[in-house]
Design a protein around this ligand. Structure first.
Ligand code: AMP
Length: 441
Protein backbone atom coordinates (compact mmCIF):
# COMPACT_ATOMS: atom_id res chain seq x y z
CA UNK A 1 0.00 0.00 0.00
CA UNK A 2 1.20 3.54 -0.66
CA UNK A 3 0.60 6.68 1.36
CA UNK A 4 -1.71 8.07 -1.33
CA UNK A 5 -4.12 5.14 -0.90
CA UNK A 6 -4.38 6.12 2.77
CA UNK A 7 -6.26 9.25 1.72
CA UNK A 8 -3.66 11.71 2.87
CA UNK A 9 -3.73 15.00 1.04
CA UNK A 10 -1.09 16.46 -1.26
CA UNK A 11 0.84 18.68 1.22
CA UNK A 12 1.35 15.69 3.52
CA UNK A 13 2.29 13.36 0.67
CA UNK A 14 4.83 15.89 -0.53
CA UNK A 15 6.36 16.13 2.95
CA UNK A 16 6.63 12.34 3.12
CA UNK A 17 8.25 12.23 -0.30
CA UNK A 18 10.70 14.95 0.83
CA UNK A 19 11.61 12.73 3.77
CA UNK A 20 12.12 9.73 1.53
CA UNK A 21 9.32 7.66 3.06
CA UNK A 22 8.30 5.29 0.29
CA UNK A 23 5.52 3.29 1.86
CA UNK A 24 3.65 3.16 5.14
CA UNK A 25 4.83 0.82 7.89
CA UNK A 26 2.44 -1.81 9.26
CA UNK A 27 1.18 0.35 12.12
CA UNK A 28 0.67 3.28 9.76
CA UNK A 29 -1.36 1.11 7.39
CA UNK A 30 -3.52 -0.08 10.26
CA UNK A 31 -3.94 3.09 12.28
CA UNK A 32 -4.29 5.89 9.73
CA UNK A 33 -7.65 4.84 8.20
CA UNK A 34 -9.24 4.42 11.65
CA UNK A 35 -7.95 7.74 12.92
CA UNK A 36 -9.16 9.48 9.76
CA UNK A 37 -12.58 7.95 10.26
CA UNK A 38 -12.73 9.53 13.70
CA UNK A 39 -12.48 6.35 15.77
CA UNK A 40 -10.65 6.08 19.08
CA UNK A 41 -7.79 3.63 18.94
CA UNK A 42 -5.58 1.75 21.33
CA UNK A 43 -2.46 0.47 19.63
CA UNK A 44 0.33 -1.78 20.78
CA UNK A 45 3.37 -0.55 18.90
CA UNK A 46 7.02 -0.34 19.79
CA UNK A 47 9.26 2.60 19.21
CA UNK A 48 10.89 2.12 15.83
CA UNK A 49 7.79 0.87 14.04
CA UNK A 50 6.85 4.28 12.67
CA UNK A 51 4.16 4.76 15.33
CA UNK A 52 4.67 8.53 15.59
CA UNK A 53 3.70 9.11 11.96
CA UNK A 54 0.77 6.73 12.43
CA UNK A 55 -0.91 9.27 14.70
CA UNK A 56 0.67 12.53 13.55
CA UNK A 57 -0.23 12.14 9.86
CA UNK A 58 -3.98 11.58 10.32
CA UNK A 59 -4.03 14.20 13.04
CA UNK A 60 -2.58 16.76 10.63
CA UNK A 61 -5.02 15.65 7.95
CA UNK A 62 -7.97 16.14 10.27
CA UNK A 63 -6.86 19.50 11.61
CA UNK A 64 -6.16 20.73 8.11
CA UNK A 65 -9.52 19.74 6.68
CA UNK A 66 -11.51 20.73 9.76
CA UNK A 67 -10.01 24.10 10.52
CA UNK A 68 -7.49 25.33 7.99
CA UNK A 69 -9.52 24.84 4.85
CA UNK A 70 -12.38 26.70 6.49
CA UNK A 71 -9.97 29.24 7.91
CA UNK A 72 -11.24 28.90 11.48
CA UNK A 73 -9.07 30.87 13.85
CA UNK A 74 -7.86 29.41 17.11
CA UNK A 75 -8.42 31.52 20.19
CA UNK A 76 -5.46 32.54 22.36
CA UNK A 77 -4.16 30.05 24.95
CA UNK A 78 -6.08 27.28 23.22
CA UNK A 79 -4.90 24.05 21.60
CA UNK A 80 -6.61 21.68 19.19
CA UNK A 81 -4.62 18.52 19.69
CA UNK A 82 -2.63 17.34 22.68
CA UNK A 83 0.06 14.68 22.49
CA UNK A 84 1.11 13.58 25.97
CA UNK A 85 4.54 11.97 26.20
CA UNK A 86 6.65 10.73 29.12
CA UNK A 87 9.89 12.68 28.62
CA UNK A 88 11.17 15.95 27.33
CA UNK A 89 13.37 14.14 24.79
CA UNK A 90 10.35 12.41 23.36
CA UNK A 91 8.42 15.70 23.36
CA UNK A 92 11.17 17.31 21.30
CA UNK A 93 11.40 14.34 18.97
CA UNK A 94 7.67 14.02 18.36
CA UNK A 95 7.28 17.73 17.81
CA UNK A 96 10.19 17.65 15.35
CA UNK A 97 8.27 14.96 13.47
CA UNK A 98 5.15 17.14 13.49
CA UNK A 99 7.14 20.01 11.99
CA UNK A 100 8.56 17.73 9.29
CA UNK A 101 5.20 16.26 8.33
CA UNK A 102 3.46 19.66 8.49
CA UNK A 103 6.08 21.54 6.51
CA UNK A 104 3.62 22.29 3.68
CA UNK A 105 0.69 23.03 5.97
CA UNK A 106 -0.20 26.03 8.05
CA UNK A 107 -0.32 24.15 11.35
CA UNK A 108 1.48 25.31 14.44
CA UNK A 109 3.07 23.05 17.02
CA UNK A 110 5.13 23.28 20.15
CA UNK A 111 6.97 20.97 22.54
CA UNK A 112 6.40 21.75 26.21
CA UNK A 113 8.31 20.10 29.03
CA UNK A 114 9.72 20.79 32.47
CA UNK A 115 13.29 21.53 33.46
CA UNK A 116 13.43 24.72 31.41
CA UNK A 117 12.12 28.21 32.00
CA UNK A 118 8.33 28.29 31.61
CA UNK A 119 8.11 31.90 30.47
CA UNK A 120 9.02 31.34 26.82
CA UNK A 121 6.53 28.46 26.65
CA UNK A 122 3.79 30.66 28.14
CA UNK A 123 4.58 33.34 25.63
CA UNK A 124 4.13 30.96 22.72
CA UNK A 125 0.81 29.76 24.07
CA UNK A 126 -0.66 33.23 24.01
CA UNK A 127 -1.63 32.98 20.33
CA UNK A 128 -2.84 29.39 20.59
CA UNK A 129 -1.11 26.31 19.21
CA UNK A 130 -2.69 23.67 16.96
CA UNK A 131 -0.68 20.72 18.23
CA UNK A 132 0.91 20.71 21.66
CA UNK A 133 3.33 17.92 22.54
CA UNK A 134 3.79 17.95 26.29
CA UNK A 135 4.96 16.08 29.34
CA UNK A 136 2.19 15.75 31.96
CA UNK A 137 3.78 17.71 34.84
CA UNK A 138 4.57 20.88 32.92
CA UNK A 139 1.26 20.77 31.11
CA UNK A 140 -0.65 20.63 34.37
CA UNK A 141 1.43 23.51 35.79
CA UNK A 142 0.53 25.60 32.76
CA UNK A 143 -3.14 24.74 33.09
CA UNK A 144 -3.08 25.67 36.80
CA UNK A 145 -1.48 28.98 35.91
CA UNK A 146 -4.20 29.58 33.33
CA UNK A 147 -1.61 29.79 30.61
CA UNK A 148 -3.68 27.36 28.58
CA UNK A 149 -7.26 26.11 28.27
CA UNK A 150 -8.56 22.93 26.77
CA UNK A 151 -12.03 23.98 25.63
CA UNK A 152 -11.12 23.87 21.93
CA UNK A 153 -9.27 20.57 22.11
CA UNK A 154 -10.68 17.75 20.07
CA UNK A 155 -7.86 15.21 19.83
CA UNK A 156 -5.83 13.55 22.57
CA UNK A 157 -2.88 11.22 22.01
CA UNK A 158 -1.29 9.29 24.86
CA UNK A 159 2.08 8.25 23.48
CA UNK A 160 4.19 5.60 25.22
CA UNK A 161 1.42 5.18 27.77
CA UNK A 162 3.20 2.32 29.53
CA UNK A 163 6.23 4.49 30.11
CA UNK A 164 4.13 7.39 31.43
CA UNK A 165 2.59 5.02 33.96
CA UNK A 166 5.99 3.53 34.87
CA UNK A 167 7.22 7.05 35.53
CA UNK A 168 4.38 7.71 37.95
CA UNK A 169 2.38 10.17 35.85
CA UNK A 170 -0.98 8.53 36.42
CA UNK A 171 -2.32 11.22 38.79
CA UNK A 172 -1.24 14.02 36.49
CA UNK A 173 -2.75 12.26 33.48
CA UNK A 174 -6.05 11.77 35.29
CA UNK A 175 -6.12 15.42 36.30
CA UNK A 176 -5.43 16.49 32.74
CA UNK A 177 -8.12 14.22 31.32
CA UNK A 178 -10.67 15.63 33.80
CA UNK A 179 -10.09 19.04 32.26
CA UNK A 180 -10.59 17.97 28.65
CA UNK A 181 -13.86 18.33 26.73
CA UNK A 182 -15.89 15.08 26.72
CA UNK A 183 -16.24 15.17 22.96
CA UNK A 184 -12.83 14.32 21.62
CA UNK A 185 -10.97 11.65 19.73
CA UNK A 186 -8.54 9.57 21.80
CA UNK A 187 -5.53 7.64 20.60
CA UNK A 188 -3.41 5.56 22.94
CA UNK A 189 -0.08 4.06 21.93
CA UNK A 190 1.93 1.77 24.15
CA UNK A 191 4.82 -0.62 23.60
CA UNK A 192 3.35 -3.02 26.13
CA UNK A 193 -0.27 -3.57 27.15
CA UNK A 194 -0.11 -4.05 30.90
CA UNK A 195 -3.21 -4.10 33.10
CA UNK A 196 -2.42 -0.53 34.13
CA UNK A 197 -2.39 0.61 30.51
CA UNK A 198 -5.67 -1.18 29.88
CA UNK A 199 -7.11 0.49 32.99
CA UNK A 200 -6.09 3.90 31.70
CA UNK A 201 -7.55 3.09 28.30
CA UNK A 202 -10.83 1.99 29.84
CA UNK A 203 -11.22 5.29 31.70
CA UNK A 204 -10.12 7.47 28.80
CA UNK A 205 -11.10 5.91 25.55
CA UNK A 206 -14.50 5.21 24.06
CA UNK A 207 -15.16 1.99 22.15
CA UNK A 208 -11.67 1.92 20.71
CA UNK A 209 -10.43 -0.07 17.76
CA UNK A 210 -7.64 -2.24 19.14
CA UNK A 211 -4.60 -2.48 16.93
CA UNK A 212 -1.51 -4.55 17.29
CA UNK A 213 1.26 -5.25 14.89
CA UNK A 214 1.95 -8.61 16.50
CA UNK A 215 3.01 -11.32 14.14
CA UNK A 216 3.61 -8.94 11.30
CA UNK A 217 7.02 -10.03 10.07
CA UNK A 218 7.53 -7.01 7.85
CA UNK A 219 7.22 -4.58 10.70
CA UNK A 220 9.48 -6.40 13.14
CA UNK A 221 12.72 -4.64 13.69
CA UNK A 222 15.53 -7.02 12.80
CA UNK A 223 17.63 -7.03 15.92
CA UNK A 224 20.45 -9.42 16.60
CA UNK A 225 20.81 -9.88 20.33
CA UNK A 226 23.74 -11.43 22.11
CA UNK A 227 25.38 -11.15 25.50
CA UNK A 228 28.73 -11.54 27.18
CA UNK A 229 29.00 -12.70 30.75
CA UNK A 230 31.57 -10.76 32.72
CA UNK A 231 32.81 -10.15 36.25
CA UNK A 232 31.53 -6.79 37.45
CA UNK A 233 35.00 -5.35 37.93
CA UNK A 234 35.96 -6.12 34.32
CA UNK A 235 33.02 -4.46 32.61
CA UNK A 236 34.66 -1.27 31.39
CA UNK A 237 37.79 -3.12 30.24
CA UNK A 238 35.63 -5.63 28.38
CA UNK A 239 33.60 -2.89 26.73
CA UNK A 240 36.77 -1.13 25.56
CA UNK A 241 38.09 -4.46 24.29
CA UNK A 242 34.90 -5.17 22.35
CA UNK A 243 34.85 -1.68 20.84
CA UNK A 244 38.39 -2.19 19.51
CA UNK A 245 38.25 -5.91 18.72
CA UNK A 246 34.93 -5.76 16.90
CA UNK A 247 35.72 -2.40 15.25
CA UNK A 248 32.54 -0.83 16.53
CA UNK A 249 32.01 2.54 14.89
CA UNK A 250 29.21 3.92 17.02
CA UNK A 251 27.04 2.75 19.88
CA UNK A 252 24.52 3.92 22.40
CA UNK A 253 25.56 2.45 25.75
CA UNK A 254 22.93 2.14 28.47
CA UNK A 255 23.95 2.39 32.09
CA UNK A 256 21.99 2.59 35.32
CA UNK A 257 23.33 5.63 37.15
CA UNK A 258 24.50 9.17 36.41
CA UNK A 259 27.63 8.58 38.43
CA UNK A 260 28.31 5.34 36.56
CA UNK A 261 27.87 7.13 33.23
CA UNK A 262 30.49 9.78 34.03
CA UNK A 263 32.87 7.14 35.38
CA UNK A 264 32.51 4.93 32.32
CA UNK A 265 33.23 7.86 30.00
CA UNK A 266 36.49 8.56 31.82
CA UNK A 267 37.43 4.85 31.84
CA UNK A 268 36.83 4.63 28.10
CA UNK A 269 38.80 7.79 27.48
CA UNK A 270 41.75 6.42 29.47
CA UNK A 271 41.77 3.58 26.98
CA UNK A 272 41.76 5.95 24.04
CA UNK A 273 38.03 5.79 23.22
CA UNK A 274 36.27 9.13 23.14
CA UNK A 275 32.80 9.07 24.59
CA UNK A 276 30.18 11.39 26.04
CA UNK A 277 27.39 10.88 28.51
CA UNK A 278 23.82 12.03 28.74
CA UNK A 279 21.77 11.88 31.93
CA UNK A 280 19.21 13.83 33.91
CA UNK A 281 21.97 15.85 35.63
CA UNK A 282 22.95 17.55 32.38
CA UNK A 283 21.14 20.62 31.17
CA UNK A 284 18.71 20.42 28.29
CA UNK A 285 21.01 22.51 26.08
CA UNK A 286 23.96 20.21 26.70
CA UNK A 287 21.85 17.11 26.13
CA UNK A 288 20.59 18.48 22.84
CA UNK A 289 24.09 19.42 21.71
CA UNK A 290 25.45 15.97 22.62
CA UNK A 291 22.56 14.28 20.90
CA UNK A 292 23.04 16.24 17.71
CA UNK A 293 26.80 15.48 17.79
CA UNK A 294 25.99 11.81 18.24
CA UNK A 295 23.53 11.90 15.36
CA UNK A 296 26.05 13.60 13.10
CA UNK A 297 28.69 11.02 14.05
CA UNK A 298 30.98 13.47 15.88
CA UNK A 299 30.38 11.50 19.05
CA UNK A 300 31.01 7.79 18.55
CA UNK A 301 30.05 6.37 21.92
CA UNK A 302 27.20 7.83 23.88
CA UNK A 303 26.71 6.55 27.43
CA UNK A 304 23.16 7.20 28.59
CA UNK A 305 21.03 6.46 31.61
CA UNK A 306 17.73 4.81 30.76
CA UNK A 307 15.56 7.84 31.41
CA UNK A 308 17.79 10.22 29.47
CA UNK A 309 17.90 7.89 26.49
CA UNK A 310 14.20 7.36 26.39
CA UNK A 311 12.66 9.00 23.34
CA UNK A 312 15.89 9.56 21.47
CA UNK A 313 15.33 9.14 17.77
CA UNK A 314 18.66 8.29 16.27
CA UNK A 315 17.92 7.23 12.74
CA UNK A 316 21.07 5.39 11.77
CA UNK A 317 21.74 3.64 15.06
CA UNK A 318 22.90 0.09 14.47
CA UNK A 319 24.23 -0.91 17.87
CA UNK A 320 23.01 -0.60 21.44
CA UNK A 321 24.92 -1.92 24.42
CA UNK A 322 23.38 -2.71 27.78
CA UNK A 323 26.36 -2.00 29.98
CA UNK A 324 23.94 -2.64 32.83
CA UNK A 325 20.90 -4.79 32.31
CA UNK A 326 17.76 -2.83 33.19
CA UNK A 327 15.70 -3.89 36.20
CA UNK A 328 12.51 -3.95 34.12
CA UNK A 329 11.99 -6.20 31.11
CA UNK A 330 10.03 -3.48 29.29
CA UNK A 331 13.09 -1.25 29.51
CA UNK A 332 15.20 -3.91 27.82
CA UNK A 333 12.68 -4.10 25.02
CA UNK A 334 12.51 -0.34 24.66
CA UNK A 335 16.29 -0.10 24.66
CA UNK A 336 16.89 -2.65 21.97
CA UNK A 337 14.08 -0.95 20.04
CA UNK A 338 16.47 1.99 19.61
CA UNK A 339 18.19 -0.07 16.95
CA UNK A 340 16.74 -1.92 13.98
CA UNK A 341 14.36 0.96 13.40
CA UNK A 342 12.06 1.22 10.40
CA UNK A 343 13.37 -1.88 8.71
CA UNK A 344 17.09 -1.38 9.38
CA UNK A 345 19.17 -4.18 10.91
CA UNK A 346 20.42 -3.63 14.41
CA UNK A 347 22.47 -5.31 17.06
CA UNK A 348 21.90 -5.32 20.82
CA UNK A 349 24.69 -6.51 23.09
CA UNK A 350 24.43 -6.93 26.87
CA UNK A 351 27.15 -7.24 29.48
CA UNK A 352 25.84 -9.57 32.16
CA UNK A 353 27.41 -10.11 35.58
CA UNK A 354 26.31 -12.75 38.07
CA UNK A 355 24.38 -10.12 40.04
CA UNK A 356 22.17 -9.60 36.98
CA UNK A 357 20.99 -13.19 36.83
CA UNK A 358 17.49 -12.31 38.02
CA UNK A 359 17.06 -9.61 35.37
CA UNK A 360 18.47 -11.91 32.72
CA UNK A 361 15.99 -14.66 33.61
CA UNK A 362 13.12 -12.18 33.38
CA UNK A 363 14.27 -10.84 30.01
CA UNK A 364 14.89 -14.24 28.46
CA UNK A 365 11.59 -15.52 29.81
CA UNK A 366 9.79 -12.66 28.12
CA UNK A 367 11.70 -13.15 24.87
CA UNK A 368 10.89 -16.82 25.01
CA UNK A 369 14.43 -17.83 24.21
CA UNK A 370 17.91 -17.79 25.61
CA UNK A 371 20.00 -14.93 24.26
CA UNK A 372 23.08 -16.16 22.49
CA UNK A 373 26.19 -15.92 24.67
CA UNK A 374 29.69 -15.14 23.52
CA UNK A 375 32.98 -15.33 25.40
CA UNK A 376 36.15 -13.35 25.04
CA UNK A 377 39.13 -15.48 26.05
CA UNK A 378 40.91 -12.37 27.38
CA UNK A 379 38.13 -12.00 29.97
CA UNK A 380 37.59 -15.34 31.69
CA UNK A 381 34.68 -15.16 34.12
CA UNK A 382 35.21 -16.07 37.77
CA UNK A 383 31.61 -15.62 38.86
CA UNK A 384 29.72 -17.70 36.34
CA UNK A 385 26.24 -16.56 35.28
CA UNK A 386 23.99 -19.64 35.25
CA UNK A 387 21.75 -20.46 32.32
CA UNK A 388 18.30 -18.91 32.79
CA UNK A 389 15.18 -20.77 33.71
CA UNK A 390 12.83 -19.68 30.97
CA UNK A 391 9.60 -19.69 32.92
CA UNK A 392 10.94 -17.19 35.44
CA UNK A 393 8.45 -14.48 36.32
CA UNK A 394 9.63 -11.88 38.83
CA UNK A 395 7.28 -11.74 41.84
CA UNK A 396 6.24 -8.13 41.35
CA UNK A 397 5.19 -8.64 37.74
CA UNK A 398 3.58 -12.06 38.09
CA UNK A 399 0.09 -10.68 37.98
CA UNK A 400 0.80 -8.33 35.10
CA UNK A 401 2.43 -10.94 32.92
CA UNK A 402 -0.13 -13.63 33.49
CA UNK A 403 -1.92 -12.41 30.37
CA UNK A 404 1.08 -13.24 28.18
CA UNK A 405 0.07 -15.75 25.58
CA UNK A 406 2.36 -15.92 22.64
CA UNK A 407 4.90 -18.69 22.32
CA UNK A 408 6.61 -17.10 19.40
CA UNK A 409 10.38 -17.39 19.49
CA UNK A 410 13.25 -15.85 17.64
CA UNK A 411 16.80 -17.04 17.46
CA UNK A 412 19.48 -14.45 17.41
CA UNK A 413 22.78 -14.77 15.65
CA UNK A 414 25.47 -12.21 16.25
CA UNK A 415 26.88 -10.47 13.22
CA UNK A 416 30.48 -10.77 14.24
CA UNK A 417 31.71 -14.26 14.71
CA UNK A 418 35.14 -13.56 16.14
CA UNK A 419 34.32 -14.22 19.80
CA UNK A 420 33.35 -17.75 20.67
CA UNK A 421 29.63 -18.38 20.75
CA UNK A 422 28.33 -20.62 23.51
CA UNK A 423 24.60 -20.43 23.01
CA UNK A 424 24.21 -23.89 21.54
CA UNK A 425 24.72 -25.43 24.94
CA UNK A 426 21.98 -23.44 26.50
CA UNK A 427 18.52 -23.63 25.11
CA UNK A 428 16.53 -25.75 27.44
CA UNK A 429 13.22 -25.28 25.69
CA UNK A 430 10.60 -22.66 25.30
CA UNK A 431 8.47 -21.08 27.90
CA UNK A 432 4.79 -21.52 27.27
CA UNK A 433 4.11 -18.20 28.99
CA UNK A 434 6.87 -16.40 27.17
CA UNK A 435 6.08 -13.40 25.09
CA UNK A 436 8.09 -12.13 22.19
CA UNK A 437 8.80 -8.43 22.45
CA UNK A 438 7.45 -8.03 18.95
CA UNK A 439 4.17 -9.73 19.69
CA UNK A 440 2.44 -6.77 21.06
CA UNK A 441 -0.31 -8.11 23.24
P1 AMP B 1 8.96 5.89 15.44
O1 AMP B 1 8.58 4.45 15.66
O2 AMP B 1 7.78 6.74 15.26
O3 AMP B 1 9.90 6.36 16.51
O4 AMP B 1 9.75 5.95 14.04
C1 AMP B 1 11.00 5.37 13.85
C2 AMP B 1 11.74 5.97 12.67
O5 AMP B 1 11.15 5.54 11.45
C3 AMP B 1 11.78 7.47 12.62
O6 AMP B 1 13.12 7.85 12.35
C4 AMP B 1 10.87 7.85 11.47
O7 AMP B 1 11.32 9.02 10.83
C5 AMP B 1 11.01 6.64 10.56
N1 AMP B 1 9.80 6.34 9.75
C6 AMP B 1 8.53 6.39 10.16
N2 AMP B 1 7.69 5.99 9.18
C7 AMP B 1 8.45 5.68 8.12
C8 AMP B 1 8.18 5.21 6.79
N3 AMP B 1 6.93 4.97 6.39
N4 AMP B 1 9.22 5.01 5.95
C9 AMP B 1 10.49 5.25 6.39
N5 AMP B 1 10.83 5.69 7.62
C10 AMP B 1 9.83 5.90 8.48
Amino acid sequence: MSFSTLKLSAPILTALADLGYEKPTAIQNKAIPHVLSGRDIIAAAQTGTGKTASFVLPLLEQLNSRYKKTNQKLRGKRIRALILVPTRELAVQVEANVVQYAQHLDISSMAMYGGVDAQAQKQRLIWGIDILVATPGRLLDMAHQRALYFDELDMLVLDEADRMLDMGFIDDINKIIERLPEQRQNLLFSATMSEDVRGLAKRTIHKPVELSIAGDQASKPKIQQWLVTVDKTNKSALLSHMIKELSWQQALVFIETKHGAAKLVSQLEKRGITAECIHSGRTQDIREKILSDFKSGNIKFLVATGIAARGLDIGELSLVVNYDLPAQVDDYIHRIGRTGRAGATGEAVSLVAKDNFRELCAIESRLGHIIERKEFSEFPVKKVVPVSVLNFVPKNVKAKNSQSKSTQTRSSKPRNSSPRSTSSRSNPGQNPRARSPWSAK
